[in-house]
Design a protein around this ligand. Structure first.
Ligand SMILES: [Fe+2]
Ligand SMILES: [Fe+2]
Length: 281
């Protein structure tokens, strides 16, 4: 099974990159399921129904969120009626968070894909419950290769060691564990020893003539003068679509292959080559 995961879509530039490139990528790579982190899709902060719809129409099957989930108030109610949108799983029980933190989806060919969204604890605001215990429960309840054909875990976190630890914790039980939130693609794509594809950060779908997707003037001003003088706003140049491509073994659901995707914009380009027989016409 062929899956793509795209990192944080930042603002209009990020959405335009998804709209421009994802339909072609779906055909070219023969993608059967696409997960997109959309926590920054609406003006850099959160998600709205209108921005989510653009991403679904472009070919996203499931959208994940992160620490910016509720920046747009409408997300609190929208998520209740949109099963393809998931927030972090590990909210404390008493938070009574709306929506769900995991979803089981079916592809056009009938394969079942479990998607889990986690928020790391180190250096993050808000600090949620332990993501390791939370994902463990989901993976036990829906074993890969038995109750589902693929498992995708989005580990939205700031600290590299926490993300890597999550990769190893899920190794052999997930098809893919991929990090989001830091908005820069890391060069460590690999299939872990137990068969889980892993990359510490997927990177952002954003304009990279920026500071992590934001117009660079205000971050530079704050770093040099220490005085905030404007709000952060997304950079508006052409974005690079960033993420990973994963091919799984249909028998086990484990990964055979992972490769980065970087398409459009300023970053060095990389699009996986797939056998023409695999790609759909
Ligand atoms: Fe983000
Ligand atoms: Fe984030």
């Amino acid at each position: 099974m062929r899956i793509a995961f795209l990192g944080d879509v930042v603002g209009r530039a990020g959405r335009e990159a998804v709209v421009r490139h994802l339909p072609g990528l779906r055909r070219r790579l023969g993608l059967e399921f696409v997960v997109v982190n959309a926590e920054n899709a609406a003006g850099g902060f959160g998600i709205t129904e209108a921005t989510a719809s653009e991403l679904y129409e472009a070919g996203a099957d499931c959208l994940t969120l992160g620490n910016h989930s509720w920046d747009q108030r409408e997300a609190l109610t929208y998520i209740e009626r949109e099963p393809r949108l998931i927030r972090s799983l590990n909210y404390p029980r008493l938070a009574n968070a709306p929506g769900r933190g995991a979803g089981l989806y079916e592809t056009a060919a009938g394969q079942r894909v479990l998607v889990v969204s986690l928020l790391g604890q180190r250096g993050m605001e808000p600090i949620l419950d332990d993501p390791f215990s939370a994902v463990d429960r989901e993976l036990e309840a829906c074993p890969l290769g038995q109750a589902c054909d693929a498992v995708v875990v989005d580990m939205h976190a700031d600290v590299t060691s926490e993300k890597m630890s999550m990769g190893h914790f899920c190794d052999g039980r997930a098809s893919l564990v991929v990090g989001t939130h830091t908005h820069v693609p890391t060069a460590d794509a690999q299939v872990l020893p137990g068969g889980t594809a892993y990359q510490t950060d997927a990177g952002a779908c954003a304009d990279y003539d920026s500071v992590i997707g934001n117009d660079k003037d205000e971050p530079l001003r704050r770093y040099t003068t220490r005085i905030p003088s404007a709000r952060f706003k997304p950079a508006e140049g052409e974005a690079t679509l960033c993420g990973v491509f994963v091919e799984t073994d249909p028998r086990t659901g484990l990964a055979r292959r992972i490769e980065p995707i970087r398409l459009g914009g300023r970053l060095i380009q990389h699009v996986p080559q797939v056998e023409p027989a695999l790609a759909k016409a």
